[in-house]
Design a protein around this ligand. Structure first.
Ligand code: AMP
Length: 381
């Protein structure tokens, strides 16, 4: 009997998301080839890395020919490159989904088209358009680059119309290149995300809704399942399903939403596994990483049920003391093998518990032992 050759997945981008995909794919017998613009990425100890430019189609074409499927750790791989590769190999998610998620204007326009409300927004390309946009939607507002923004970068908050000059000085140059978007500032009660997976046959599965807390635009902590009414949870899942169907999406994605009273507003989508879904590694029957691999290889999807309530801490800048964290029961440590640097995501850790009350008590314990009060406080009930 012939043993089938192992599948090879080519991942564009070699950060912690690629690293965790490799870790999840190894037991499935999958081989990986990582591509990044730098060789010293944190997936490098676990998979071969080819360093090249995103427009080096000779190298990318050669690697694509050796892989069953190409996927993304880095969502800003140029859409033209993804389109070119899709003409030669299987690319998941598809280049149209990638291109939509790369542009805040296209993304929000699609949200509205599928019936998901958003904050009021206007496209801005010139100083005069900024003035008009402020007149239309008022202040406070946020001016954002349409492309390449992440972790709160490429954003400027306007408290009043008088901040227009400062906002333009901060972001006017990217406007000339890629355009900007002005959004009204949403006074949300909480931020949540749907992490969901869809396969080629259209099987769609969300994980329990996740509540997120950001500090300075960077995800600080997530907790799941989010304590929100079931009607909102079901509405969030329905929006995510429509989005996935509209994009014929294959793989895992995140839909980030603001909760304001009984309303949901779409903020953005990520066309990839997502930081707010990291808790699924320890707290769900199947993790987002494993299900992404299953979806793109057309394997049956795994169960997305939560095994228990979980909270995830992002370690930003440097790793705290692992031993102190792991002294609490059902805690899990994920270091990314990255050098410490301010603002850099260097790892995360999860705490799970049999029920919400015990999770709250473990969070309080950790807050005290590790001086994590500021991180934990917003998520304590
Ligand atoms: P983003 O890059 O769009 O996800 O923005 C990063 C974070 O900034 C979000 O998770 C929110 O905490 C905050 N934010 C972004 N846009 C808005 C908005 N329109 N209203 C209020 N807060 C926002």
């Amino acid at each position: 009997m012939n043993t089938p050759a192992p599948a090879t997945i080519c991942i564009l981008g070699g950060g912690q998301l690629a690293r965790m995909m490799v870790l999840a794919g190894a037991p499935l017998g999958v081989h990986f080839q990582v591509v990044d613009t730098h060789a010293d990425v944190c997936a490098a100890p676990l998979a071969p890395v080819t360093a090249t430019r995103w427009d080096d189609l000779v190298t990318l074409g050669r690697l694509a020919a050796q892989a069953q499927v190409i996927t993304f750790d880095y969502e800003n791989v140029p859409a033209e490159t993804a389109r070119w590769l899709a003409g030669r190999s299987h690319v998941a998610p598809n280049p149209h989904a990638l291109a939509t998620a790369q542009d805040r204007l296209a993304e929000k326009t699609l949200f509205q088209k599928i019936g998901l409300p958003t904050a009021a927004f206007r496209a801005v390309n010139t100083r005069a358009e900024l003035q008009q946009a402020i007149a239309d939607i008022g202040a406070p507002a946020i001016l954002k680059t349409r492309r390449m923004g992440y972790d709160g970068k490429g954003q400027y908050r306007l408290q009043s119309p008088q901040d227009a000059d400062a906002a333009w000085a901060a972001l006017g140059e990217p406007a000339a290149l890629h355009g900007l978007i002005l959004e009204s500032l949403v006074a949300f009660d909480q931020e949540v995300s749907v992490i969901a997976v869809r396969n080629r046959g259209g099987d769609f599965r969300p994980w329990p809704l996740t509540r997120n807390h950001h500090v300075g635009g960077i995800l600080s902590m997530s907790i799941a399942p989010a304590a929100v009414p079931d009607t909102l949870v079901q509405a969030a899942f329905a929006h995510a399903r429509k989005l996935a169907e509209a994009l014929d999406y294959v793989g895992v994605f995140a839909l980030e939403l603001f909760v304001r009273g009984s309303e949901l507003l779409g903020n953005e989508m990520a066309p990839r596994v997502h930081n707010s879904g990291h808790w699924t590694l320890d707290g769900a029957v199947t993790s987002q990483f494993e299900n992404h691999i299953r979806a793109i290889l057309d394997l049956p999807l795994g169960d997305t049920t939560a095994r228990c309530p979980s909270a995830m801490f992002n370690w930003i800048g440097e790793l705290p003391n692992a031993a102190a964290f792991l002294a609490t029961p059902d805690t899990h440590w994920h270091a990314y093998d990255k050098a410490a640097r301010p603002g850099r995501k260097v790892g995360h850790a999860t705490v799970c518990a049999p029920d919400q009350a015990e999770l709250q008590s473990r969070l309080q314990q950790l807050a005290k032992r590790m001086d994590l009060h500021a991180k934990v406080a917003p998520l304590l009930t």
